[in-house]
Design a protein around this ligand. Structure first.
Ligand code: ATP
Length: 212
């Protein structure tokens, strides 16, 4: 039988309680069989960010214990730039009998028309958009018009290549990696923002101590 698979990509620099809470919330709302968490590969010259291996390790720590989650390392190990369209083609190919839903926050979806080969991307996958505090999608923007044209509320509409958009109301969580990095750089508390295991990992590697 065909499965419902979510794909949740991000830089996770670092992974925070927003990421885990929204995924737990989504699993309560949508009958996903699996959600693949895919950390982006980030070029090594971006020195202010966590390394690929640190970000990957923290993602494992944060999502351990959530049954339907699997961590997918393909973008971390990909040579050269890592684009969602390439990942989408691979995933659709591997799971051609299943329904794939690309999961993202409203901030990410607002900029969808800047993504590499975005027009192909939106026709290839179905997209689930979660409202993020402070990131309302302007209805006159490209993203807003796409929602108007493609929004559905019926999960049965999803099959490969249909290019539908599902907006899901999740419990808002006002946390970002930017805020976590800032707090860490200034020696401020992060215990309400990230999990203890992630915090211990950051402490032991003295990550995110620079303000750059
Ligand atoms: P940064 O502050 O560095 O931009 P971030 O907090 O947005 O990072 P990402 O790893 O870039 O974290 O996010 C991965 C995905 O999770 C994106 O689709 C983003 O929209 C979504 N997301 C992250 N935090 C939240 C949140 N608090 N509520 C809803 N969606 C979120």
């Amino acid at each position: 039988m065909s499965k419902l698979i979510g794909v949740f990509g991000g830089t996770f620099d670092p992974v925070h309680n927003g990421h885990t809470k929204i995924i737990v919330n989504l699993l309560q709302l949508i009958p996903f069989d699996e959600i693949k968490v895919i950390p982006n590969g980030v070029p090594p010259h971006r020195s202010s960010v966590g390394s690929n291996s640190d970000r990957l390790e923290m993602v494992y720590l944060a999502f351990q214990g959530i049954n339907q989650i699997s961590i997918d390392e393909r973008e971390i190990h990909r040579k050269g730039p890592s684009y969602a369209i390439h990942t989408a083609r691979e995933v659709l190919n591997e799971f051609h009998e299943d329904k794939i839903l690309w999961i993202m926050g409203s901030d990410a979806f607002s900029g969808i028309d800047t993504w590499f080969e975005w027009e192909e991307f939106i026709d290839l996958v179905n997209i689930l958009v979660m409202a993020r505090p402070g990131s309302k999608i302007d209805p006159t923007s490209k993203a807003g018009i796409l929602i108007k044209d493609r929004q559905t509320s019926n999960l049965d509409d999803f099959s490969q290549g249909i290019g539908k958009i599902l907006i899901v109301d999740i419990d808002p969580v006002n946390i970002s990696s930017t805020q976590v990095r800032k707090n860490l750089a200034f020696g401020e508390k992060v215990n309400d923002l990230i999990l203890d295991d992630v915090s211990d990992y950051i402490d032991s590697g003295k990550l995110y101590t620079k303000t750059t």
